[in-house]
Design a protein around this ligand. Structure first.
Ligand SMILES: NC(=O)C1=CN([C@@H]2O[C@H](COP(=O)(O)OP(=O)(O)OC[C@H]3O[C@@H](n4cnc5c(N)ncnc54)[C@H](O)[C@@H]3O)[C@@H](O)[C@H]2O)[C@@H](O)CC1
Ligand SMILES: Nc1ncnc2c1ncn2[C@@H]1O[C@H](COP(=O)(O)OP(=O)(O)O)[C@@H](O)[C@H]1O
Ligand SMILES: [K+]
Length: 508
């Protein structure tokens, strides 16, 4: 499923109109009818609806919805915030169809009047502003947004909660806090940002008949999901052997942090890696071995439990590496990682302390044959880029893209919405997961899953999308099944849950 900016959505609509020969009025009809059909089911017991429309095409969708609700026996009134002259084009056409069916419209509505009327309705349809919103919300509109936010009526927004920008990087003003949003055709960027998502409430995308090819030149951002997993994740070949599924190494774990590499290694094995070696300081090995029986070990030299020695040759024969978890930031350890990263051109996942080691040598890693995948959370990404966390949260898509392009890396920017970016500008969002993952160690688990996935036979972007997808899905399924709550879910539970995830996905 593609995710778009407002400009991309307009381009896609235009493409469908010009190349697909679909009339704009039909797109509006499709949008309004698809939403109304769902509303009629969703609000089956309800009898009265207020549809609040602005002067643009979002309001046009509102007129279509009102017509279908009316036809289904709902008591409906349209509250048109603008004067009659302001309603033009496709919206005017659909307004007329509503009028032709004896639809009631109140024009030039003032907020007090609407406030007095609201108790008469069971729910409100918000078709005030769509993706055409620009700049500060005008004073003529603000009281209506306030009113909806204060009212106890269920508010259902059309396409986007009115007032919320579609794109990242725009300061939001006031916006409707919807209970439910029917997103027209494609989710907009703001739905996958921490600042925008809460306004949407629950949501569903309604298709309006735009052909798939309209997207190919107009959006580089996709939501990863079950269908993407099923169509890209390779089946295990009956005749495969352990070497067919990747020989990986997890490098990290100073003496005070044996847990992180254990989690990474266990997650990699549980995600299908063929062979797994943990390279760490000697004192850690008996501790880790008691937790992760299947791994092999490579002893790294240490000083007081801190990794010191450079043994890059030891790692030449691996298919993939994960570096940095629980490694610490001692200078000698940083030197070790830096030499390793520079000497070995092989697929590698760099996480946690490894990201701090990577920062000074970023300029030296862009010319490689194999991908480097970095897995920062927002704090680590701020450290790498120099942006503040607030700036990062405001425009995570463009900052990740800029960084991936500059250093020719794959970036897995972790959070409630995890954004995966390729050095070529493609982006994927993963939104599986829950707040149970907001706990130490879950990032180590993700690194292990990523390591296993990049060693299977799939494209790098598919590998990264699939890894993030199953990591979050495992957390969701553990909670849904009642095995854990979000409070007691631990990183090791996420690993245990992978078994159920693979079983469920292979049944699809
Ligand atoms: N072909 C298309 O473009 C389709 C568009 N559709 C709907 O059309 C919407 C986009 O329509 P429009 O481009 O007409 O835009 P909108 O309906 O989102 O808004 C434009 C109107 O809002 C006013 N406005 C903009 N910024 C404002 C502000 N800060 N304060 C107060 N008023 C402001 C403008 O004066 C204009 O009248 C989509 O969100 C979707 O709901 C759907 O009908 C499907 C097809
Ligand atoms: N509220 C949340 N909802 C969904 N996923 C989350 C949430 N909080 C954290 N995560 C996920 O959990 C993982 C945390 O990684 P990270 O912060 O590196 O943890 P650690 O370094 O302690 O292992 C990431 O994959 C992130 O996307
Ligand atoms: K709206």
């Amino acid at each position: 499923m593609y995710i778009v900016t407002a400009e991309e959505m307009y381009e896609i609509d235009r493409y469908a109109i010009e190349h697909g020969g679909i009339d704009g009025r039909i797109l509006m009809e499709n949008a309004g009818r698809a939403i109304a059909e769902r509303l009629i089911k969703q609000e089956a017991g309800s009898q009265a609806a207020a549809v609040i429309v602005g002067s643009g095409n979002n309001g046009g969708d509102g007129f279509v919805i009102a017509r279908y609700l009316l036809q289904s026996g709902f008591r409906v009134k349209v509250y048109q915030l603008a004067s009659n002259q302001k309603i033009t084009g496709d919206a005017l056409y659909h307004k007329q169809l509503f009028i032709n069916q004896q639809g009631l419209i109140e024009d030039n509505v003032d907020a007090e009047m609407l406030q007095d009327d609201l108790p008469n309705y069971h729910f409100v349809v918000d078709a005030i502003l769509g993706i055409g919103v620009k700049g500060e919300i005008r004073s003529s509109i603000r009281p209506f947004i306030d009113l909806l936010n204060k009212s106890d009526k269920k508010v259902i927004s059309v396409d986007i909660p009115s007032g919320l920008p579609a794109n990242e990087g725009i300061d939001k003003d006031i916006a409707v806090k919807a209970d439910f949003t029917y997103v027209v055709e494609s989710p907009k960027q703001s739905l996958f940002t921490e600042w925008g998502a809460p306004y949407y409430g629950e949501w569903e995308v309604v298709p309006i008949g735009i052909p798939e090819q309209a997207y190919s030149n107009h959006s580089s951002l996709k939501r990863w999901g079950k269908q993407a997993f099923v169509s890209t994740f390779p089946k295990r070949d009956t005749y495969s052997h352990k070497g067919s599924h990747g020989k990986g190494a997890v490098i990290g774990g100073q003496r005070t942090m044996p847990g992180s590499v254990t989690l990474t290694a266990s997650a990699a094995l549980k995600s299908g890696a063929g062979l797994l070696t943990i390279a760490t300081v000697e004192d850690n090995i008996p501790i880790i071995a008691s937790k992760c029986t299947e791994a092999m070990y490579q002893v790294l030299e240490d000083r007081d439990g801190v990794i010191t020695k450079n043994h890059t040759d030891l790692f030449k024969a691996f298919d993939g590496l994960a570096i940095g978890m629980g490694m610490g930031r001692d200078e000698v350890t940083a030197n070790f990682s830096q030499k390793l990263i520079q000497a070995l051109d092989m697929p590698m996942v760099i996480d946690a302390d490894g990201l701090h080691h990577l920062k000074p040598i970023l300029n030296t890693v862009s010319e490689r044959n194999h991908p480097i995948i970095i897995t920062p959370h927002f704090g680590e990404m701020a450290m790498l880029t120099g942006y503040t966390i607030d700036e990062m949260k405001r425009k995570p898509f463009s900052i990740a893209k800029e960084f991936a392009d500059q250093y020719q890396l794959y970036v897995v920017l972790k959070g409630k919405f995890t954004i995966i970016t390729s050095p070529y500008g493609d982006q994927i969002v993963n939104d599986t997961g829950n707040a149970g993952l907001a706990k130490g160690g879950t990032g180590d688990v993700l690194s292990g899953i990523l390591l296993a996935m990049i060693m299977q036979n799939q494209s790098t972007m598919a590998a990264l999308g699939n890894a993030c997808y199953i990591h979050g899905l495992s957390a969701e399924m553990r909670v849904k099944s009642g095995e854990n709550t979000e409070i007691d879910l631990l990183a090791s539970d996420v690993i245990d849950g992978l078994s159920n995830v693979f079983r469920t996905l292979s049944d699809v």
